[in-house]
Every structure is written in structure tokens, then in C-alpha cells.
Design a binder for this molecule. Structure first.
Ligand SMILES: Nc1ncnc2c1ncn2[C@@H]1O[C@H](COP(=O)(O)OP(=O)(O)OP(=O)(O)O)[C@@H](O)[C@H]1O
Ligand SMILES: O=C(O)C1=C[C@@H](O)[C@@H](O)[C@H](O)C1
Length: 172
């Protein structure tokens, strides 16, 4: 089976929905943020502080080069992965990319008490979310399928992705 690749903004539900899909299909879940953390031995916050975003992006692409060679897995990606066309190309080789949409208001609600996202730290959180989301939307829209998590529970979003994916697989 081709990989199920989940993308979307921070707080769009990639980890939550990725876990549900992996459980339901009994396949492995790989989280690119966790792989970068393992690679450098520190939290994402710390990586940004010590090495800066450029280094984080380099290691993120290294991780994607490795995990995109796998098959039959769910890959939950960091929120900025789609900004680099090389990452998208690699992930598409063995996978279908699902964009998890969430509005700025939902993202704010979901991440209200979470201070672990370096890109949302300085200044007003909602303004940062709106600015980044608008800038990134064309990249997210370039994915293969869009799932609206504002109107679906994680459970229903997982089921929808599985049904799209299995229907696509049966036609291969
Ligand atoms: N469809 C949904 N409806 C309501 N709440 C949701 C939904 N999906 C996720 N959440 C909640 O939003 C929060 C963030 O979700 P999650 O960590 O899965 O996002 P993420 O996309 O993996 O974020 P990041 O890329 O920043 O790690 C969690 O508290 C989760 O329970
Ligand atoms: O949206 C982003 O650029 C990021 C999202 C997170 O998943 C992490 O990959 C990191 O905090 C950067």
C-alpha cells in the first residue's frame, strides 16, 4: 500500500488523526518531528534556539529522504514540510498526501495552552497563525486531498482518509 502522508498547519490534527489511522489499519505511524528530535537529541524548541530554523529544515529533509522510501506506513509531517518542493516530491514517490485543513480560529483554540511551537511564540498568537496560514495555503492546497477537520471529529477524519485511500489503492 502507498503511504498515507498527513500534512497541515500546527494543531490541524496530524498526530491525533495519524494515530487513529495507524491503529485502524494496524500499520506503523512515523512522525517526522519525532524523528528530527531523535536525530538531534533535543526538543524542537531547543533545536530552533540552538541551531536555528535552517538547520531544523535540513534535518527535516534528511528524515523525509529516509522515511519516504518506506511503504505501508502513515507519515505525520511537521507543519512546514510542504514549503520545500523537494520534500513533497519525495513523499509523493511512495505516498498520497492528505492536507488536514483547520481554520485559524480552530487552531488557536486547539493550541491555546501550548507554548512548544517556536514559530508562534513571538507576538500575538492569532496574528502569527493567520499570517503563516495565509502564506502557506497555496502549498497546502497543492496536496492530493483536503480533509476539513473543522467539521469532522478526529475519528471521522481518520475514517474518511482510510476510505479515500483504500478506494484509490483498489484502482492501482
Ligand atoms: N478534528 C479535530 N477536532 C477537534 N480537536 C482536534 C481535532 N484534531 C486535533 N484536535 C486537537 O488539537 C490538538 C492538536 O492536535 P495534534 O497534536 O494532533 O496536531 P498536529 O497537527 O499534530 O500539530 P503539530 O504539527 O504542531 O504537532 C490536540 O489537542 C487534539 O486533540
Ligand atoms: O509549521 C511549522 O513550520 C512547524 C511545525 C511543527 O510541526 C514543527 O515541525 C516545527 O515547530 C515547525
Amino acid at each position: 500500500m502507498k503511504n498515507i502522508v498527513l500534512t497541515g498547519f500546527m494543531g490541524s490534527g496530524k498526530t491525533t488523526i495519524g494515530k487513529l489511522i495507524a491503529e485502524k489499519l494496524d500499520i506503523e505511524l512515523i512522525d517526522t518531528d519525532s524523528e528530527v528530535i531523535k536525530e538531534l537529541g533535543m526538543t524542537i524548541d531547543k533545536i530552533f534556539e540552538v541551531y536555528g530554523e535552517k538547520k531544523f529544515r535540513e534535518v527535516e529533509t534528511m528524515v523525509i529522504e529516509r522515511v519516504s522510501k518506506l511503504e505501508n506506513v502513515v507519515i505525520s509531517t511537521g507543519g512546514g514540510v510542504v514549503l520545500n518542493p523537494e520534500n513533497v516530491k519525495l513523499l509523493r514517490e511512495n505516498g498520497v498526501i492528505y492536507f488536514l485543513y483547520a481554520s485559524a480560529e480552530s487552531i488557536l483554540k486547539r493550541l491555546k495552552d501550548d507554548d512548544t511551537r517556536p514559530l508562534l511564540k513571538n507576538g500575538d498568537k492569532l496574528s502569527n497563525i493567520i499570517r503563516l496560514l495565509n502564506m502557506r495555503m497555496p502549498f497546502y492546497k497543492n496536496c492530493d486531498f483536503e480533509i476539513n477537520t473543522d467539521i469532522l471529529t478526529p475519528e471521522l477524519a481518520a475514517e474518511k482518509i482510510i476510505s479515500i485511500h483504500l478506494a484509490k489503492e483498489s484502482k492501482r
